[in-house]
Design a protein around this ligand. Structure first.
Ligand SMILES: C[S@@+](CC[C@H](N)C(=O)[O-])C[C@H]1O[C@@H](n2cnc3c(N)ncnc32)[C@H](O)[C@@H]1O
Length: 391
């Protein structure tokens, strides 16, 4: 296969779209027969890590180890994500750092959005299919890195909307950056991620947390996620850092059945010990890029409130969202309906006055350091919800 052309009903995350073609390693087919690709997300732990990986002043890499920005363009997709073409240097050779090591973000060169630019059309990728499972698929650049500086994520490249969790979305990278910037919030904690997709956020959380319950729906998706947690188990922190992949469907009307000990033989089921541990110890809830459908957003907020009621301790939910603007014929204007619905759900939470819980909602300024390289656009937002029991 030299070229894949995506059909109009598929969505492709910018995280994968902006990965240079030679980085697309198709490693296998998943249980659904979908091609699985591997992306290496390089972590800039600290200045030393950059030096160690031979990246000083030049190319410390980052999410998808980006090189030059993509050429060509195509029609916008409904769930765009990113990979850091912005962070590439002027020649597209790497990341620029200022004197004290902060990323100097350079806007994407005009060519990336120039319809007349040379190069393959934006909706075509040229995956390299030359790896056998079990081969060492790290490329030359990543081979120069320490294992603890690289997160390896298997994912699919373009999916119908119902399979979007099999890609990595830009909000996951923002949330991962936040986790790395706030170790005190996660150190030794029990964390629950909702809608974890390919597991990147949970994997990063496990570098500091004690236990991370990494949840989503669909056996084939959860199997890919489980494989990613295994691929990255060496990143676990000294305090434990166990990632437990479990099924949790927000549409399950009853949380007691959604999170309950089931047949241990069933895939990704909760054990009694898991459920007890979850309710006894969880203090942080995470969700990245899960606000793209109003019914699902409502279901997620119901799950969040239901969980908060059952948790023994006060908790903090950290949510990432990308404000996606779409032109709609209905409004004959550019709108961001899914985002607006998310914001109104937050407002509703805050005004709940008669329940046993109090919710305090705070925007988090995205000024924390960027450890992964991606395009931290203005539309990418982080929100914190502090949940306390009313006494
Ligand atoms: C856009 S993806 C985001 C995945 C991942 N958090 C990321 O940012 O890369 C949305 C995720 O929500 C999950 N999801 C959708 N409906 C769900 C439901 N009813 N219960 C649990 N997870 C659901 C999807 O399976 C998918 O993994």
């Amino acid at each position: 296969m030299d070229e894949v052309t995506f059909k109009s009903n598929t969505v492709l995350s910018d995280v994968h779209l902006y990965t240079p073609n030679q980085r697309h390693f198709m490693v296998r087919l998943n249980s659904m027969g979908q091609p699985v690709f591997l992306t290496q997300f390089r972590l800039l732990w600290n200045r030393d890590a950059q030096t160690d990986s031979g990246a000083e002043g030049g190319d410390p890499g980052g999410a998808c180890t980006p090189e030059s920005p993509p050429q060509g363009t195509g029609s916008p997709r409904s769930l765009p994500g990113s990979c850091s073409s912005d962070a590439a240097g002027p020649e597209g050779t790497g990341v620029q750092l200022d004197e004290d090591g902060d990323l100097d973000v350079v806007r994407r060169p005009r060519a990336a959005s120039d319809p007349d630019a040379p190069g393959p059309p934006r909706d075509k990728v040229h995956p390299v299919i030359l790896r056998q499972e079990g081969d060492d698929v790290l490329d030359d650049e990543a081979q120069g890195s320490r294992p603890q500086d690289v997160i390896r994520i298997e994912h699919t490249m373009a999916t119908p909307l119902e399979d979007v969790g099999k890609q990595v979305w830009r909000g996951a990278l923002l949330l991962a950056d936040y986790i790395l910037s706030q170790p005190a919030l996660f150190q030794g904690r029990t964390v629950l991620e909702l809608g974890a997709g390919m597991g990147l956020v949970s994997i990063v959380a496990a570098t500091v947390a004690r236990t991370v319950y990494c949840t989503d729906v669909g056996t084939d998706l959860l199997a890919m996620c489980q494989r990613n947690t295994t691929l990255n188990s060496h990143l676990a922190g000294p305090g434990g850092g166990v990632v437990k992949v479990r099924a949790l469907d927000w549409l399950d009307a009853d949380l007691c059945t959604a999170v309950s000990p089931t047949d241990p033989a069933a895939s990704f089921s909760w054990s009694e010990a898991d459920v007890a541990d979850l309710y006894e110890h969880t203090t942080v809830l995470l969700a990245a890029e899960v606000f793209y459908d109003d019914d699902l957003t409502d279901a997620l907020f119901r799950t969040l409130s239901g969980l908060a009621l059952k948790l023994k301790n006060a908790c903090t939910a950290v949510l990432s969202v990308e404000k996606r603007l779409n032109f709609t014929l209905r409004h004959l204007d550019v709108t961001c309906e899914a985002y607006d619905h998310f914001r109104s759900s937050l407002r509703r939470l805050e005004t709940l006055a008669d329940g046993p819980l109090r919710f305090v909602v705070e925007p988090v300024e995205a000024s924390f350091p960027q450890r992964l390289v991606y395009e931290r656009i203005r539309q990418l937002e982080l929100w914190k919800v502090l949940v306390e029991r009313v006494t």
